[in-house]
Design a protein around this ligand. Structure first.
Ligand code: LER
Ligand code: MN
Length: 272
């Protein structure tokens, strides 16, 4: 069964980003639960930003799962990436993500590596950058597996990384480097920019997709852009996708309406 989720960002520095909720954790969970979401996805400033026991109480109270935890604050707040030319920065990036994986695992949730992958800098060595990324994902994937959770790697559009922009390049990269404990995130916003045919890419890479970011072509909540979601939903059903479609979209026109629009689209697409 495909499950619904909405993002909650708790990092003031990225308040203007594509998050359905970005204010209070409990209020956001209460609203998501009221609308009937299965889960929420959390963006926190660090692995110790939330008290795990208190968060578990909220999970019980609102009957929600944690779909995933994002690691992007490591880049946005601390300038860390897995492909920084400086080995000391790469090491700090690994530690930051390792701690986020442990935090996620304490809530039964996988961690996502998106912007923490970084980019090849101008004049930088692309092969070296990809080697650093592979080494980081291999190491962190094993850490995740040892805690019983997946690790999720996210191809991003060309404005956010010059490393890997499509699902099929992601699959080739994981296979070539024998990265076994890492799955791929199909972010439908990035895919709208980078894939020639979104449903075909989903079908071709189906075995590797473990998480989906659910947003329309303009990154507004699904139903406010021009992506052909009927075909996307059909492809996800055809690959027997069983994970979350997690709304990582702008809170347009506001969080409450964005969440309501998302759950309505989710029900239309996946509950019939
Ligand atoms: C950023 O554009 C994104 O899609 C996030 O999920 C990555 O951290
Ligand atoms: Mn995303």
């Amino acid at each position: 069964m495909i499950k619904s989720s909405a993002t909650i960002a708790l990092v003031p520095a990225i308040k203007s980003g594509p998050w359905i909720y970005w204010d209070d954790l409990e209020q956001s969970m209460a609203h998501a639960s009221f609308l009937g979401f299965d889960a929420v996805e959390l963006f926190t400033a660090s692995a110790d930003a939330l008290d795990t026991t208190a968060t578990k109480l909220l999970i019980d109270k609102y009957q929600l799962q944690i779909a995933a935890v994002g690691t992007g604050a490591g880049k946005v707040m601390h300038g860390l990436t897995l492909t920084d030319p400086d080995v000391a920065v790469r090491k700090k990036a690994i530690v930051f993500i390792e701690n986020m994986i442990s935090f996620g695992a304490s809530l039964n949730a996988p961690a996502i590596i998106g912007s923490m992958q970084g980019s090849v800098s101008v004049g930088g060595d692309r092969e070296k950058s990809l080697e650093w990324l592979a080494a980081g994902l291999n190491y962190l994937g094993k850490h995740a597996a040892s805690l019983g959770v997946k690790l999720i790697y996210e191809p991003l559009n060309r404005n956010e990384t010059n490393l890997i922009n499509t699902l099929s390049d992601g699959v080739l990269f994981l296979k070539k480097n024998q990265i076994n404990h890492v799955g791929l995130l199909a972010d439908l916003f990035h895919m709208n920019m980078e894939e020639a045919d979104m449903p075909a890419s989903i079908r071709a890479c189906g075995d590797f997709i473990v998480h989906v970011h659910f947003a329309d072509s303009n990154r507004r909540p699904v139903g406010n852009g021009h992506t052909n979601f009927k075909e996307v939903a059909k492809a996800l059903q055809e690959i027997n996708y069983q994970g979350y479609v997690s709304a990582e979209a702008f809170p347009w026109p506001n969080s409450q309406e964005a969440a309501a629009q998302t759950i309505q689209s989710f029900k239309q697409l996946f509950k019939n």
